[in-house]
Design a protein around this ligand. Structure first.
Ligand code: ADP
Ligand code: ASP
Ligand code: MG
Length: 419
């Protein structure tokens, strides 16, 4: 008897009709002789609504406030887990709904973006052994202080993969509103192609660079614990083994390594430029140290030294939501090096080209720069790794840039000819 984890995202449980459909999928796996753990998200839109409520009553600047906010924000998953367990019972299947704290799924105390530290498997194993389906509320855990935590937006993916790893599940099926991982977000690039397989490494880059089809942390866990994860359509009625989804695999298992596997984008970028900073040792530490101390993640960084070498401009990016706080830190934190002025721009976006094939193929970057130049798109900052190139551009050019690059790298789906 195999143990399967099935995860259903917000669209999959968007209303009672969808929840009923999910229940039939679960029933199918049970009838195939499997033990099933289901992980659910909140109904689509519900978590946004709960976050908005919190923002209306608090600026959420303190840990104490974020802890109370998590109590609210985690509520959506409690509703869907209960409803699905009820529907399964109506279909004649023993089922029990679980909140994160009941397992417990233990996390650290970083409210709003907590990390899982341990999952206690005993109660669920006992329950599965009695033939009961476990329906677990995703996205949530419990801190050492006994408070509800959430795992960051999109965190139900992470709950599911972590649970699959903890229970040594045979598969972790992630059901969502697309039928797999595409070469680019299919909502933006209509010609995007579905990938049958994608390596853990590439998926990790795609997720962390903005492809929200899987939460970054879930891919990290899948890679570290070698969890067999597949992304599948919630709308396709066929059984899981007949669904043409996307499987995460080891790099060596990719028969053919494309130069470029996919493109990603992120609108959640804001640029800060410090003009005429004194150019001497310790300047970068003096700027980025205090930002890190205030929990502000800095992403891309570029530095331009003046001709005489005495001064430098430093440009970097932070998440849009951190822009105001970042400026406050730069203005008020002790020890920040002197700078003449600061410019900011929240109308920027990052687009990235990803592919393990880049390790062995030259020219991917120059092709990217040439394509953007041909479209008169200015590059503000560039950053690279072994398997990705990212550039910061004006946000209004995202779609134009992605479509052009998608074509240039030969990623466009071939249109089917009608006869
Ligand atoms: P769920 O609620 O099921 O977790 P999400 O909205 O979090 O679903 O993730 C699915 C969405 O991810 C898709 O609707 C799609 O627009 C987006 N997406 C972004 N990049 C990609 C990609 N490369 N492949 C597939 N989907 C992508
Ligand atoms: N409901 C949460 C969110 O919207 C978690 C998830 O959907 O994965 O971010
Ligand atoms: Mg998601």
């Amino acid at each position: 008897m195999a143990l399967i984890v099935q995860k259903f995202g917000g669209t999959s449980v968007a209303d009672i009709a969808r929840i009923k459909h999910v229940a039939t999928r679960v029933k199918h796996e049970v009838e195939a002789g499997n033990q099933v753990i289901v992980v659910v998200s909140a109904m689509s839109g519900v978590t946004n609504q709960l976050v908005d409520y919190c923002n209306e009553v608090s600026n959420l600047m303190t840990d104490a406030a974020r802890a109370n906010a998590d109590h609210v924000i985690a509520a959506g998953e409690q509703v869907t887990s209960g409803l699905l367990a009820l529907e399964l019972q109506s279909l004649g299947l023993p089922a029990r709904a679980w909140s994160g704290w009941q397992l417990p799924l233990s996390t650290d105390t970083r409210y709003g973006k907590a990390r899982i530290v341990h999952i206690d498997t005993k109660s669920i194993l006992d329950s599965l052994a009695e033939g009961t389906v476990a329906v677990i509320a995703g996205f949530q855990g419990v801190s050492p202080e006994g408070r509800v935590t959430t795992l960051g937006r999109g965190g139900s993916d992470t709950s599911a993969v972590a649970i699959a790893a903890a229970f040594n599940a045979e598969r972790c099926d992630i059901y969502t509103d697309v039928d797999g991982v595409y070469t680019c977000d299919p909502r933006i690039v209509k010609k995007a192609k579905k990938l049958d397989k994608v390596s853990y490494e590439e998926m990790l880059e795609m997720a962390s660079l903005g492809s929200k089809v899987l939460q970054t942390r879930s891919v990290e866990l899948a890679m570290n614990y070698r969890v067999k994860v597949q992304v599948l359509s919630t709308f396709d009625e066929r059984p899981a083994d007949q669904l043409p989804g996307t499987l995460l695999v080891d790099e060596e298992d990719l028969v053919e390594q494309q130069r470029v596997t996919g493109l990603a984008y992120s609108r959640d970028e804001a640029r800060i430029t410090l003009v005429n900073v004194e150019n001497c040792p310790g300047v970068s530490a003096g700027i980025f140290g205090p930002l890190a101390d205030h929990g502000i993640n800095v992403d891309m960084i570029v530095q331009n030294v003046t001709e005489d070498g005495k001064q430098t401009d430093i440009t970097f990016t932070v998440g849009k939501a951190d822009l105001a706080r970042g400026l406050e830190v730069l203005k008020t934190a002790p020890g920040i090096p002197h700078y003449e002025t600061v410019h900011t721009d929240a109308g920027v976006a990052k687009i990235s080209v990803i592919g393990v094939g880049m390790k062995s193929h030259a020219g991917v970057a120059s092709e990217m720069f040439r394509t953007l130049a041909e479209k008169s798109i200015n590059i503000i900052v560039i950053s690279t790794s072994e398997i990705k190139i990212s550039v910061l551009i004006d946000e209004s050019y995202i779609e134009l840039a992605l479509r052009a690059l998608h074509t240039v790298y030969g990623l466009d789906a071939v249109e089917e000819q009608s006869c």
